[in-house]
Every structure is written in C-alpha cells, then in structure tokens.
Design a binder for this molecule. Structure first.
Ligand code: G4P
Length: 191
C-alpha cells in the first residue's frame, strides 16, 4: 500500500536493526485518515470471505481492525491481555514476546465467538508470529474458522510471515519490510 509505505518512510524511525518506531501515526498517536485507508484496503482484499467478526489483540491492532470492521459491517473484538474480574467464562492462551522477552496471557470471553463465526485477524505488526499463534489457539477452541490474516506492517525478515503462510492462511500485509538499517527501510515487493 503506497500511502502506508510513504508514511513509514516519512514518519517512521528505525530504532535498531529490528524495530521500527511508528508512534506518530500507528501505535501511540493514531492517524485517522490513514486508518480509514487501511480499513478500506483490508476490506477490498477480504470481502471475498463471509467474515462475521474482525479480531485483534489490544492495544495497537484496535485502530486498523475497527476501520476494517466498519467497512465489512461486522463487530470488532479485541482480545485482552489481562482477564478482568467481570470476565467469567474465558478462552485463555499464552504468548511469548521475543521483542519484550516475556510471556503474557491473552483471553477472550467465551460468549463472543462460536463455531458459526468466520474470523479475520488484523494486527499492526507481524514479527515472530507468536501473538497470532495465541489467537489461533483461542479461535480453534471456540470452533470458529480463520478466513484471513491482515497485517499493517509485516517484518518479513523475521519468522512470522513464513509461519503463517506455511500454515496455509491467506495473509495480506500492507507494508512488507525486508530490512531496516541505517540506510532506511527496504520494502519487499516479492512475497
Ligand atoms: P509477534 O507477536 O509477531 O511474535 O511479535 P513480538 O512478540 O516480537 O512483538 C511484541 C510486541 O512488539 C507487539 O506489540 C508488536 O506489535 C511489537 N512490535 C514488533 N515489532 C515491532 C516494531 O518493529 N516496531 C514496533 N513499534 N513494535 C513492534 P504489543 O506488545 O502487543 O503492543 P501493543 O499492541 O499493546 O501496542
């Protein structure tokens, strides 16, 4: 997606060889017009499926997931990273974050997804794919189907891209980055 690639080049900051800081438009301050365009892009690609719910993990997946859900006219669910006391019946899974070097628990209230559901999973970043594996386990437990995976920024030099493709999912990434270094961001148009 050209507009997103332009924003990454203009407003993104490379932190080290692996981390791209995008807190001026995606994961701290959020650019609503860009999110709208991202939602539309996902909508055009995934409208071929009978999606009933868009699912993400809090926090930064919420903005693109919501804009996509708005276009698809379905609810958006964000999986939580802590189980509130009001959530009694929950599917629970564990995710290891290589970026943060720690594990965290994710949970979803059982009444929100069932075996009739067709899920589109949306997230802001794909790095090692661990968050997706946790979500996949929860959605499988609920008996629902994952029709597609939409990623805003996919760091294809890490393991997540291949992991999701090899599982056979329809993965659509709006900006694919094959390297980050002092010379800038190199996008991957080949995958
Ligand atoms: P994985 O799920 O693909 O295995 O990713 P990983 O554990 O490595 O990433 C953990 C967190 O780090 C995720 O955010 C992810 O979005 C974020 N992240 C990964 N690579 C980058 C990057 O290059 N730049 C930035 N800015 N973030 C990155 P999170 O902890 O879930 O944060 P949030 O959604 O609550 O904001």
């Amino acid at each position: 997606m050209l507009k997103l690639e332009e924003e990454i080049c203009k407003r993104g900051k490379i932190m080290n060889g692996e981390i791209l800081k995008v807190d001026s438009f995606l994961n701290h301050q959020v650019d609503p017009k860009l999110m709208e365009a991202i939602g539309e892009e996902f909508y055009h690609y995934f409208k071929k499926y009978p999606i009933t719910k868009v699912v993400t993990i809090e926090t930064s997946g919420i903005a693109p997931a919501l804009m996509c859900a708005l276009k698809l006219e379905v609810p958006m669910i964000f999986i939580k990273k802590a189980q509130p006391s009001t959530m009694q019946e929950a599917y629970v899974s564990h995710v290891f974050s290589f970026t943060k070097n720690k594990s965290y628990t994710i949970c979803l209230s059982k009444h929100l997804i069932d075996k009739e559901d067709h899920i589109l999973f949306i997230d802001d970043f794909l790095a090692n794919g661990q968050a997706f594996l946790g979500v996949e386990q929860i959605i499988r437990e609920a008996g629902a189907v994952i029709d597609g995976v939409g990623i805003v920024i996919d760091k294809t030099f890490q393991d997540g891209h291949l992991l999701i493709k090899e599982k056979g999912y329809d993965l659509y990434s709006l900006a694919k980055i094959k390297s980050l270094d002092e010379n800038g961001v190199i996008f991957d148009e080949s995958l």
